[in-house]
Ligand binder design. Sequence first.
Ligand SMILES: [Zn+2]
Length: 305
Amino acid sequence: MNSFIVMQGDTYQIEKDLGMIWSPKQDKGGNEPHSWKRITEVNEGDQFFHYVKGNIVAVSIASEGCKEACKPSNLESSNERIEGYLVNLEYHDLEVPVNVRDKFKEIFPLLPIKYAPFQKDANGNPGYLYPCNEELAIKLLELISELNIYQVNDEQLELTIDEVRRTERNTLIPVITETESEAKTKMRWGEQKFRKDLIPLWKGKCALCAINLSEVLKASHSKPWKDSTNIERVDPYNGLLLCSNHDALYNEGLIAFDGQGRLHISSVIRNEDYVMYGLAPRAKLQIYFENKVYFKWHKKYIFRT
Ligand SMILES: [Zn+2]
Protein backbone atom coordinates (compact mmCIF):
# COMPACT_ATOMS: atom_id res chain seq x y z
CA MET A 1 0.00 0.00 0.00
CA ASN A 2 1.22 3.48 -0.87
CA SER A 3 -0.20 6.78 0.36
CA PHE A 4 -0.79 10.04 -1.50
CA ILE A 5 -1.95 13.57 -0.77
CA VAL A 6 -4.37 15.01 -3.30
CA MET A 7 -4.77 18.79 -3.55
CA GLN A 8 -8.35 19.47 -4.61
CA GLY A 9 -9.65 22.94 -3.85
CA ASP A 10 -12.83 23.75 -5.74
CA THR A 11 -13.06 20.37 -7.47
CA TYR A 12 -13.32 18.48 -4.17
CA GLN A 13 -17.09 18.34 -3.90
CA ILE A 14 -17.61 17.22 -7.51
CA GLU A 15 -14.89 14.60 -7.35
CA LYS A 16 -16.22 13.34 -4.04
CA ASP A 17 -19.75 13.07 -5.42
CA LEU A 18 -18.36 11.09 -8.35
CA GLY A 19 -16.25 8.96 -5.96
CA MET A 20 -13.04 9.45 -7.89
CA ILE A 21 -10.05 11.63 -8.63
CA TRP A 22 -9.10 12.64 -12.16
CA SER A 23 -6.04 14.22 -13.70
CA PRO A 24 -5.28 15.31 -17.27
CA LYS A 25 -2.51 13.57 -19.23
CA GLN A 26 -0.85 16.72 -20.55
CA ASP A 27 -1.01 20.46 -20.11
CA LYS A 28 -1.60 22.81 -23.03
CA GLY A 29 2.12 22.85 -23.81
CA GLY A 30 2.20 19.05 -24.05
CA ASN A 31 4.09 18.65 -20.74
CA GLU A 32 3.33 16.01 -18.14
CA PRO A 33 3.73 17.62 -14.69
CA HIS A 34 4.90 15.12 -12.03
CA SER A 35 1.87 15.78 -9.85
CA TRP A 36 -0.46 14.79 -12.71
CA LYS A 37 1.51 11.82 -13.94
CA ARG A 38 1.78 10.37 -10.43
CA ILE A 39 -1.82 9.16 -10.62
CA THR A 40 -0.63 6.37 -12.96
CA GLU A 41 1.29 4.86 -9.99
CA VAL A 42 -1.93 4.29 -8.01
CA ASN A 43 -2.93 0.70 -7.27
CA GLU A 44 -6.02 -0.79 -5.68
CA GLY A 45 -5.91 -0.36 -1.89
CA ASP A 46 -3.71 2.76 -1.93
CA GLN A 47 -4.65 5.47 0.51
CA PHE A 48 -5.34 9.18 -0.03
CA PHE A 49 -5.47 12.27 2.16
CA HIS A 50 -7.65 14.98 0.63
CA TYR A 51 -6.34 18.53 1.08
CA VAL A 52 -8.75 21.40 0.54
CA LYS A 53 -7.94 25.03 1.37
CA GLY A 54 -5.55 24.44 4.27
CA ASN A 55 -7.20 21.34 5.70
CA ILE A 56 -7.11 17.57 5.36
CA VAL A 57 -10.85 17.00 5.00
CA ALA A 58 -11.15 13.32 4.07
CA VAL A 59 -9.32 10.04 3.65
CA SER A 60 -10.05 7.52 0.95
CA ILE A 61 -8.99 4.15 -0.41
CA ALA A 62 -8.58 3.34 -4.11
CA SER A 63 -11.15 0.72 -5.05
CA GLU A 64 -9.16 -0.09 -8.19
CA GLY A 65 -5.98 0.95 -9.98
CA CYS A 66 -5.56 3.94 -12.28
CA LYS A 67 -7.21 3.82 -15.69
CA GLU A 68 -7.42 6.11 -18.72
CA ALA A 69 -10.55 8.26 -18.88
CA CYS A 70 -11.63 11.53 -20.43
CA LYS A 71 -12.50 14.41 -18.15
CA PRO A 72 -15.91 13.69 -16.56
CA SER A 73 -18.57 16.08 -17.84
CA ASN A 74 -19.40 17.33 -14.32
CA LEU A 75 -15.88 18.74 -14.04
CA GLU A 76 -16.02 20.45 -17.41
CA SER A 77 -18.08 23.39 -18.59
CA SER A 78 -17.12 23.14 -22.27
CA ASN A 79 -17.61 20.06 -24.43
CA GLU A 80 -13.92 19.76 -25.13
CA ARG A 81 -12.60 16.19 -24.82
CA ILE A 82 -9.64 16.11 -22.46
CA GLU A 83 -7.72 12.88 -22.08
CA GLY A 84 -6.64 11.89 -18.62
CA TYR A 85 -6.45 9.31 -15.86
CA LEU A 86 -9.05 8.35 -13.30
CA VAL A 87 -9.02 6.44 -10.02
CA ASN A 88 -12.21 5.35 -8.29
CA LEU A 89 -12.10 5.98 -4.55
CA GLU A 90 -14.13 5.35 -1.46
CA TYR A 91 -14.24 8.70 0.35
CA HIS A 92 -14.54 9.00 4.13
CA ASP A 93 -15.26 12.56 5.26
CA LEU A 94 -13.70 13.79 8.49
CA GLU A 95 -16.09 15.33 10.97
CA VAL A 96 -13.22 17.48 12.20
CA PRO A 97 -10.66 18.38 9.48
CA VAL A 98 -6.94 18.59 10.29
CA ASN A 99 -5.67 22.13 9.84
CA VAL A 100 -2.20 21.77 8.36
CA ARG A 101 -0.97 25.13 9.65
CA ASP A 102 -2.07 24.33 13.23
CA LYS A 103 -0.17 21.04 13.16
CA PHE A 104 2.75 22.13 10.99
CA LYS A 105 5.36 21.71 13.73
CA GLU A 106 4.59 17.99 13.72
CA ILE A 107 4.14 17.69 9.96
CA PHE A 108 7.13 19.68 8.66
CA PRO A 109 9.96 17.33 9.81
CA LEU A 110 8.29 14.46 7.94
CA LEU A 111 8.06 16.23 4.58
CA PRO A 112 10.42 14.97 1.87
CA ILE A 113 12.92 17.40 0.34
CA LYS A 114 11.60 16.63 -3.16
CA TYR A 115 7.88 16.67 -4.00
CA ALA A 116 6.63 17.98 -0.66
CA PRO A 117 2.88 18.76 -0.73
CA PHE A 118 3.34 21.76 1.58
CA GLN A 119 5.69 24.71 1.48
CA LYS A 120 7.87 25.82 4.40
CA ASP A 121 5.23 28.40 5.33
CA ALA A 122 2.57 25.64 5.62
CA ASN A 123 0.75 26.61 2.43
CA GLY A 124 -0.13 23.87 -0.03
CA ASN A 125 2.02 23.54 -3.14
CA PRO A 126 0.41 23.91 -6.55
CA GLY A 127 -0.21 20.64 -8.34
CA TYR A 128 -2.54 17.70 -7.90
CA LEU A 129 -1.14 14.48 -6.48
CA TYR A 130 1.83 14.22 -4.11
CA PRO A 131 3.47 11.15 -2.57
CA CYS A 132 2.96 10.65 1.18
CA ASN A 133 5.66 8.59 2.89
CA GLU A 134 4.72 6.18 5.69
CA GLU A 135 6.07 8.40 8.48
CA LEU A 136 3.93 11.30 7.28
CA ALA A 137 0.93 9.03 6.70
CA ILE A 138 1.16 7.64 10.25
CA LYS A 139 1.41 11.19 11.65
CA LEU A 140 -1.62 12.38 9.66
CA LEU A 141 -3.62 9.32 10.76
CA GLU A 142 -2.69 10.05 14.38
CA LEU A 143 -3.81 13.67 14.03
CA ILE A 144 -7.06 12.54 12.39
CA SER A 145 -7.63 10.01 15.18
CA GLU A 146 -7.02 12.60 17.90
CA LEU A 147 -9.63 14.92 16.41
CA ASN A 148 -12.19 12.42 15.15
CA ILE A 149 -12.02 9.26 17.19
CA TYR A 150 -10.56 9.76 20.65
CA GLN A 151 -12.58 12.89 21.36
CA VAL A 152 -15.68 10.85 22.09
CA ASN A 153 -18.80 12.55 23.33
CA ASP A 154 -20.61 11.87 26.61
CA GLU A 155 -23.05 9.52 24.99
CA GLN A 156 -20.23 7.39 23.62
CA LEU A 157 -18.38 7.42 26.95
CA GLU A 158 -21.16 5.31 28.40
CA LEU A 159 -20.43 2.63 25.83
CA THR A 160 -17.48 0.28 26.06
CA ILE A 161 -14.63 0.70 23.58
CA ASP A 162 -15.82 -2.34 21.67
CA GLU A 163 -19.28 -0.90 21.31
CA VAL A 164 -17.85 2.39 20.02
CA ARG A 165 -15.75 0.46 17.51
CA ARG A 166 -18.82 -1.42 16.36
CA THR A 167 -20.81 1.73 15.71
CA GLU A 168 -21.56 1.23 12.08
CA ARG A 169 -22.04 4.83 11.10
CA ASN A 170 -18.41 5.47 11.86
CA THR A 171 -16.71 3.94 8.84
CA LEU A 172 -13.58 5.95 9.53
CA ILE A 173 -12.23 3.86 12.40
CA PRO A 174 -11.59 0.62 10.48
CA VAL A 175 -10.04 2.56 7.60
CA ILE A 176 -7.67 4.39 9.92
CA THR A 177 -6.74 1.36 12.00
CA GLU A 178 -6.03 -0.73 8.95
CA THR A 179 -4.03 1.82 6.99
CA GLU A 180 -2.04 2.85 10.05
CA SER A 181 -1.12 -0.74 10.81
CA GLU A 182 -0.21 -1.41 7.15
CA ALA A 183 2.09 1.63 7.06
CA LYS A 184 3.75 0.59 10.33
CA THR A 185 4.24 -2.98 9.12
CA LYS A 186 5.77 -1.77 5.87
CA MET A 187 8.24 0.41 7.77
CA ARG A 188 9.13 -2.29 10.28
CA TRP A 189 9.68 -4.85 7.53
CA GLY A 190 11.79 -2.40 5.55
CA GLU A 191 13.95 -1.39 8.53
CA GLN A 192 14.57 -5.03 9.43
CA LYS A 193 15.58 -6.01 5.91
CA PHE A 194 17.83 -2.93 5.60
CA ARG A 195 19.63 -3.74 8.85
CA LYS A 196 20.05 -7.44 8.07
CA ASP A 197 21.63 -6.72 4.67
CA LEU A 198 23.73 -3.79 5.87
CA ILE A 199 25.44 -5.36 8.90
CA PRO A 200 27.74 -7.71 6.91
CA LEU A 201 28.82 -4.86 4.61
CA TRP A 202 30.35 -3.13 7.65
CA LYS A 203 31.53 -6.35 9.32
CA GLY A 204 29.22 -5.78 12.27
CA LYS A 205 31.13 -2.73 13.55
CA CYS A 206 30.55 1.02 13.78
CA ALA A 207 32.18 2.42 10.63
CA LEU A 208 33.80 5.20 12.67
CA CYS A 209 34.77 3.82 16.07
CA ALA A 210 34.58 0.02 15.62
CA ILE A 211 32.15 -0.54 18.51
CA ASN A 212 30.75 -4.00 17.77
CA LEU A 213 28.04 -4.49 20.38
CA SER A 214 24.87 -5.11 18.36
CA GLU A 215 22.66 -3.49 21.03
CA VAL A 216 24.22 -0.08 20.36
CA LEU A 217 24.61 -0.38 16.59
CA LYS A 218 22.18 1.34 14.24
CA ALA A 219 21.58 0.77 10.56
CA SER A 220 21.76 4.41 9.60
CA HIS A 221 20.13 5.67 6.39
CA SER A 222 22.02 8.23 4.29
CA LYS A 223 18.89 9.13 2.36
CA PRO A 224 16.12 8.93 4.99
CA TRP A 225 12.99 6.82 4.60
CA LYS A 226 10.85 9.89 3.87
CA ASP A 227 13.01 10.89 0.90
CA SER A 228 13.70 7.42 -0.51
CA THR A 229 11.90 5.31 -3.07
CA ASN A 230 10.74 1.86 -1.98
CA ILE A 231 13.91 0.38 -3.51
CA GLU A 232 16.26 2.91 -1.90
CA ARG A 233 14.69 2.29 1.52
CA VAL A 234 15.95 -1.30 1.63
CA ASP A 235 19.14 -0.78 -0.41
CA PRO A 236 21.92 -1.76 2.03
CA TYR A 237 24.28 0.70 0.31
CA ASN A 238 21.98 3.57 1.30
CA GLY A 239 23.65 3.95 4.66
CA LEU A 240 26.18 2.52 7.05
CA LEU A 241 26.47 0.85 10.40
CA LEU A 242 27.09 3.31 13.23
CA CYS A 243 27.03 3.25 17.03
CA SER A 244 24.20 5.23 18.67
CA ASN A 245 26.39 8.31 19.14
CA HIS A 246 27.65 8.43 15.56
CA ASP A 247 24.21 7.49 14.22
CA ALA A 248 22.67 10.49 15.99
CA LEU A 249 25.41 12.81 14.66
CA TYR A 250 24.87 11.44 11.14
CA ASN A 251 21.06 11.72 11.23
CA GLU A 252 21.28 15.29 12.50
CA GLY A 253 23.73 16.23 9.75
CA LEU A 254 26.54 17.00 12.20
CA ILE A 255 28.83 14.63 10.32
CA ALA A 256 28.86 13.51 6.67
CA PHE A 257 31.01 11.57 4.22
CA ASP A 258 32.02 12.59 0.73
CA GLY A 259 32.24 10.43 -2.39
CA GLN A 260 35.69 9.22 -1.29
CA GLY A 261 34.46 8.23 2.17
CA ARG A 262 36.20 11.13 3.92
CA LEU A 263 34.61 12.34 7.15
CA HIS A 264 33.32 15.92 7.28
CA ILE A 265 32.47 17.45 10.64
CA SER A 266 29.95 20.27 11.02
CA SER A 267 31.17 23.58 12.43
CA VAL A 268 28.43 23.17 15.07
CA ILE A 269 30.86 20.79 16.81
CA ARG A 270 33.85 22.63 18.29
CA ASN A 271 37.33 21.36 17.36
CA GLU A 272 38.23 20.80 21.02
CA ASP A 273 35.22 18.47 21.38
CA TYR A 274 36.16 16.09 18.52
CA VAL A 275 37.79 13.60 20.87
CA MET A 276 34.79 13.63 23.18
CA TYR A 277 32.53 12.68 20.25
CA GLY A 278 34.96 10.04 19.00
CA LEU A 279 35.66 11.93 15.77
CA ALA A 280 39.00 11.92 13.96
CA PRO A 281 39.06 14.91 11.54
CA ARG A 282 40.89 13.14 8.73
CA ALA A 283 39.11 9.80 9.04
CA LYS A 284 38.45 8.03 5.73
CA LEU A 285 36.15 5.04 5.38
CA GLN A 286 36.59 2.15 3.01
CA ILE A 287 33.35 2.65 1.14
CA TYR A 288 31.63 0.73 -1.64
CA PHE A 289 31.12 2.31 -5.03
CA GLU A 290 27.35 2.03 -4.51
CA ASN A 291 27.58 4.17 -1.33
CA LYS A 292 28.77 7.23 -3.22
CA VAL A 293 25.49 8.49 -4.58
CA TYR A 294 23.84 8.21 -1.15
CA PHE A 295 26.73 9.81 0.78
CA LYS A 296 26.67 12.72 -1.66
CA TRP A 297 22.91 13.13 -1.27
CA HIS A 298 23.24 13.16 2.53
CA LYS A 299 26.10 15.67 2.40
CA LYS A 300 24.14 17.95 0.08
CA TYR A 301 20.77 17.92 1.85
CA ILE A 302 21.31 16.90 5.48
CA PHE A 303 24.85 18.01 6.41
CA ARG A 304 25.05 21.26 8.35
CA THR A 305 28.34 22.82 7.22
ZN1 LIG B 1 30.82 4.81 16.65
